[in-house]
Design a protein around this ligand. Structure first.
Ligand code: ZN
Length: 393
């Protein structure tokens, strides 16, 4: 499957090209004068680069604003049809794939079942089949317009090598996802952790677009978090920064799936709560809605530790926004008319006073397809990485 990535040849290294592309992506509609004033690049140079971006079909002119000396100036925005990213979201039960625009809009998508007990090689082969099928099915899309493939997957993923160091849910360790896929496709491939991809998606395309400093707390079958500071994802040495689910809360607590006692996730995440109660999470929510004491106790305990955890992360990372994502929150929404008010009260009990009311709790805005949009956000963020924190005031 051949693809000559036209932007790769001469433009990919052009600092100004990607700087301006990033500013247009981030600020939605801007004029050449605004770009020149903000970056300090001369109007002539901005004009030339914009000409390239328009001829590469990445940017289009749209609408007008009042420019210098009362003249009208064209506004620039990302061309939604100019380039696409293939986003793949791998979950415990599903593999979702989508063709996503540079504005984070899905134009084609498919969902496939996945068997978590399969051997890694079976899942990887299936992944190759799915991507090949998807590209062939959408052969009306010019392959030269496909920037890259992004893969979002749970677990500890090395960056940028894309090796799944450990995915406990899949029973995978040291699986070279990126290297395997690169053997089949000529597109560039990026693989990253799913919580990070949710945070990136909300930052590039969703409700976090105006927050340069944020954290994402994801509670589902596991517990993870991701951190953005000044518009950049913090990764740490091994790309594990934010993996707080296995911090020890009670050294004599319940046995965690990692083999240790009393990890944070044993108090909060769905799989651990299900293990302890021997009930499915939906049954727990049903019992909670019927005011059954045991269900109230186990969920209240979860919210209590969640309040402490958010307070601690706010102390550590000083975010403006805390994104609360994952099925734990969506399922609990049926029991609490305002889960955020309930959590804010819990946080207020624990937070260090100077940090009280310094941040906002935010819920995800991208809905059920946030995984594939996130997978494409991994790609886009990599292309725009040096510049994605720039906001024209
Ligand atoms: Zn653990």
């Amino acid at each position: 499957m051949e693809s000559t990535f036209k932007f790769d040849q001469k433009n990919v290294r052009q600092h100004h090209y990607f700087l301006l592309l990033s500013l247009i992506q981030k600020n939605k509609r801007v004029s050449r004068t605004q770009l020149s004033n903000y970056t300090g690049i001369s109007k002539t140079t901005v004009g030339k680069i914009i000409k390239d971006l328009i001829s590469d079909q990445l940017v289009i002119e749209t609408g007008q604003t009042n420019g210098d000396l009362g003249r009208k100036a064209s506004l620039l925005e990302i061309n939604p049809e100019g380039a696409f990213i293939i986003g793949v979201d791998i979950d415990t039960h599903l593999i979702k794939i989508a063709l996503v625009t540079l504005n984070g809009k899905i134009i084609r998508n498919e969902t496939f079942s996945q068997e978590v007990r399969n051997k890694p090689i079976q899942t990887l082969r299936k992944l190759v089949d799915i991507i090949t099928f998807f590209i062939n099915k959408n052969d009306d899309i010019d392959q030269q317009k496909i920037l890259a493939i992004g893969i979002s997957i749970p677990g500890l993923i090395s960056w940028p090598e894309g090796v799944a160091k450990q995915i406990p849910q899949f029973n995978w360790s040291n699986i070279e996802i990126r290297k395997f896929l690169m053997g089949f496709f000529s597109f560039e491939i990026f693989v990253d952790n799913d919580v990070r991809s949710v945070l990136l998606a909300e930052y590039l395309f969703g409700g976090l677009s105006h927050y340069q400093n944020s954290i994402c707390i994801f509670v589902g079958s596991g517990f993870g978090s991701a951190v953005m500071s000044e518009g950049k994802i913090l990764r740490g040495y091994n790309n594990t920064l934010g993996e707080i689910g296995h911090t020890t809360i009670d050294p004599n607590g319940a046995l965690c799936d990692c083999g240790r006692l009393g990890c944070l996730q044993t108090f909060i995440c769905i799989s651990e709560i299900e293990k302890q109660t021997q009930k499915r999470f939906d049954e727990i929510i049903f019992a909670l809605n019927n005011s059954e004491d045991w269900a109230i106790r186990v969920i209240e305990r979860g919210l209590y530790y969640l309040g402490i955890t958010i307070s601690n992360e706010v102390c550590m990372y000083n975010p403006e926004a805390v994104l609360l994502a994952g099925p734990f929150f969506t399922k609990l929404a049926s029991s609490f008319s305002n889960i955020f008010e309930r959590l804010e009260a819990e946080i207020d009990h624990h937070i260090w006073l100077p940090l009280k009311n310094t941040f906002t709790l935010v819920s995800p805005s991208l809905g059920e397809n946030s995984g594939v949009i996130g997978a494409s956000a991994i790609v886009l963020n990599n292309f725009l990485k040096s510049y994605s924190n720039l906001h024209i005031p």
